[in-house]
Design a protein around this ligand. Structure first.
Ligand code: C5P
Length: 310
């Protein structure tokens, strides 16, 4: 007799993110940096389809280059599934199909979205029903950006980025994302920032003890005001990313002289995010950038976090 599962398959969608503000403080004893960030979830999504299986298995495909994504136990979606099974005592396995649309190693939290989606998908498939607080705890153990991929919307992240508080946001923000063929490693970008800070330690004002999101940023998000937000975009990893990838400076200049309100490196890069005044302005900017040979995608935010879609 074959087993009749109530849920033969679960499909979960989780968003990529842009850090519209990212202040990085001191390195902590665990090697992580204390930070304060304003996250916005945007409409580039990862889908994870979970199917019952005896063992743990994974396949990865998508509209972006997935050749750099590990398919072994280093894969964050697979680690998420194994962690949930270990924590709940679930004895079976799962087959995960990851469909990627967020640039790989692009600074937009694609791997974190995979992990968040896998947690939600396995929890629904297995009927483990761990609840949102425990799910958040598991997400934080998988990576600093995973809790936000669960929550989505707009949120303030402190600590490593995993301590979230929701932020009010109105309206819609339109982005044009310039994707690079070559990714950047997040630890390498943080390392470059540390080296830069060590070299110039005497020249800079001591970092504020506790980083904090500028209240003007919260105000612009709450007002749904892209022009004001554009003036306030900040990413402390940008200089380090530009140091490793000097060509990104040209991309930033090109977008800013072609109608963007402002541009910023997304997270640890190398994706460059341009904020546009309207959906139409975003399409116009995308057309110009594509005409210059760049790979430019449209996205808008905020959008919801990881959720079951089928
Ligand atoms: O948590 P996650 O695996 O996404 O972090 C990737 C890397 O980014 C870490 O290994 C660390 O080098 C760096 N990082 C950091 N401080 C943070 C978040 C990430 O140094 N708050």
């Amino acid at each position: 007799m074959t087993m009749a599962y109530e849920q033969p398959q679960v499909r979960v969608r989780a968003p990529g993110k842009i850090n519209v503000f990212l202040e990085i403080g001191e390195t902590q004893p665990d090697g992580y940096h204390q930070l304060a960030t304003a996250f916005q979830a945007v409409s580039l999504y990862e889908d994870v389809v979970a199917t019952h299986a005896d063992d743990f298995g994974l396949a990865v495909s998508g509209s972006v280059d997935v050749s750099g994504v590990p398919v072994d136990d280093r894969n964050l979606a697979l680690r998420a599934a194994r962690l949930l099974a270990a924590e709940t005592g679930y004895a079976g396995g799962v087959r995960l199909e990851v469909l990627k649309h967020v640039p790989v190693a692009g600074g937009m939290g694609g791997g974190s979205a995979d992990a968040a989606a896998a947690l939600v998908a396995c929890d629904a498939l297995w009927g483990t029903a761990v609840g949102s607080a425990r799910l958040h705890g598991l997400a934080a153990r998988l990576g600093a950006d995973v809790p936000f991929a669960l929550k989505g919307g707009t949120a303030i992240g402190t600590g490593r980025g995993d301590e979230l508080s929701p932020a009010l946001a109105r309206g819609r923000f339109d982005w044009v994302l310039v994707v690079s063929e070559e990714g950047l490693s997040t630890p390498e970008v943080y390392g470059a920032l540390d080296r830069h800070r060590d070299r110039h330690r005497l020249d800079i004002a001591p970092a504020r003890a506790v980083p904090a999101v500028d209240s003007a940023v919260l105000h612009a998000l709450r007002a749904g005001d892209p022009a004001t937000l554009a003036e306030l975009l900040r990413n402390d990893l940008q200089a380090a990313a530009l140091g490793l990838r000097p060509d990104l400076a040209e991309t930033l200049e090109l977008g800013e002289s072609s109608g963007a309100l402002a541009g910023i490196v997304s997270g640890s890069g190398p994706t460059v995010a341009f904020l546009a005044e309207s959906p139409e302005a975003a399409v116009d900017l995308q057309t110009v950038l594509v005409g210059q040979g760049l790979d430019a995608l449209l996205a808008h935010g905020p959008v919801p976090g990881a959720r079951v879609v089928g």
